[in-house]
Design a protein. Structure first.
Lengths: 208, 217
């Protein structure tokens, strides 16, 4: 009996020594105790796929096509004078008139909901560098990011279409955001930036 | 006739019974402690190709979750950002740091960074991120305090009972939608707060499925 108890304790202590406790940090992938249908041969977003040479499940957009719903590469695919009646109009998607000049005013109806949406998206994507007040003092400034101050004379006098184009395609050191912010959200941000500018320069902006 | 068996043989049955009870107890306790996602999944902390710190980016700098995981509120899948998202800042910040070399290479070549996925539901589970975050269920409820993690680890068990715990009592986990991405939000207590949370469940028509087909569809 003593021998049995000794072996018994030894096995328990040994097993706990090998297996550890719940929640202990491990770099090994989780053990699946009953892996019945846990991993099925199906396509999942951002997953690997051995079928394709590059191993990627998410396929790049084939040349000469525009994905429905996002229009990211519309400008690369269609020529400038293409009159787009199916995907949407260039004023809304690019902030430009038919002749290529920037539109002066938002091409969509302004509402309080739109400005709220603009604030939400601004605080996510823009405030990091441009600061919550739009003065270019975001959290990244001490790390060396140079961001424009919206209260500059030049930016206050720019058209809405220009601001839209900068968000869409980037400018200078700023990279494009067209893959993360939809055209409508970009217009909402433009509207919110206008509100920020007005908040800092109430008299000068009486005309807008 | 002398005794064939010595006297100590009388104790064998009781000893066998004790041994069986001890072994069975150990096996039952061992299986229930170890053969559960609380042991197998929690604490999984793979080494990532780039030492990205959520504690720095999401915690200290307070960058919104959606700056990188942009489609979490619009899609079933919460996306891992492409290297162009990293380069939005890192084309200026630490632009020659060798630690970020894989990011720059990926940005130039278009080849994705081979991040190691930490949180995986089994393939027979349907989970939609957008429907949760848009109805006041915060990231923190399933992923833990990611904003305090230098290396992301699997914080919760993701077992079926873990899901059902919340699906049965959504008012104990729901929060105002504007606090969903604020991981250190402190949950108010008291009758007023509870009434408010029950109001959210009612007003937003939160009706989490508890039937099998809700998640195993």
């Amino acid at each position: 009996m003593r021998i049995f108890l000794a072996i018994y304790l030894f096995v328990i202590i040994g097993a706990m020594g090998v297996l550890g406790f719940r929640g202990s940090i491990s770099t090994k992938p989780p053990l699946e105790v009953f892996p019945d249908m846990d991993r099925q041969a199906r396509y999942k977003p951002q997953a690997e796929n051995e079928f394709f040479a590059d191993g990627r499940n998410d396929r790049p957009v084939p040349a000469g096509t525009v994905a429905r719903g996002n229009y990211f590469n519309q400008q690369e695919v269609f020529s400038k004078d293409f009159e787009d009646t199916i995907l949407g109009d260039t004023t809304f998607l690019e902030g430009k008139n038919a002749d290529g000049s920037f539109v002066k005013k938002l091409p969509i109806e302004v509402s309080y909901e739109l400005i709220e949406q603009g604030k939400e998206k601004y605080d996510i994507f823009c405030a990091v560098c441009h600061g919550a007040a739009g003065d270019g003092n975001g959290v990244t400034k001490p790390y060396g990011v140079l961001a424009a101050n919206y209260h500059d004379e030049r930016l206050r006098n720019e058209t809405d279409g220009y601001l839209f184009d900068v968000i869409t395609n980037g400018k200078g050191l700023m990279l494009p955001f067209n893959d993360r912010i939809t055209p409508e959200e970009r217009w909402a941000i433009v509207l919110y930036v206008r509100a920020l500018q007005k908040s800092q320069n109430p008299e000068a902006e009486a005309g807008i | 006739m002398a005794n064939v068996f010595p006297k100590w043989v009388n104790t064998i049955p009781i000893k066998v019974i004790i041994a069986i009870v001890l072994v069975k107890t150990a096996v039952v306790l061992g299986v229930s402690y170890y053969a559960t996602p609380k042991y197998t999944r929690v604490g999984y902390t793979p080494t990532q190709p780039v030492a990205f710190s959520h504690a720095l980016h999401a915690g200290q700098l307070e960058i919104d979750c959606r700056y990188c995981h942009t489609y979490v509120d619009r899609s079933e899948h919460s996306n891992v950002p492409g290297s162009n998202v990293c380069m939005t800042c890192h084309s200026m910040v630490r632009k020659d740091d060798p630690m970020l070399a894989p990011v720059r290479e990926s940005y130039e070549s278009g080849e994705p960074i081979p991040w190691v996925r930490v949180h995986k539901t089994p393939d027979y589970v349907y989970f939609n991120h957008s429907v949760h975050v848009n109805r006041g269920i915060s990231c923190v409820e399933c992923h833990g305090r990611v904003d305090e993690m230098v290396v992301v680890e699997h914080a919760k068990s993701f077992s079926m009972s873990f899901c059902l715990e919340c699906h049965r009592n959504p008012e104990e986990y729901i929060r105002p939608t504007e606090e969903v991405y604020n991981l250190d939000w402190e949950r108010p207590t008291g009758a007023d707060a509870e009434a408010e949370f029950e109001g959210f469940v009612h007003d937003w028509k939160v009706n989490p499925p508890q039937s099998c087909s809700g998640c195993h569809r």
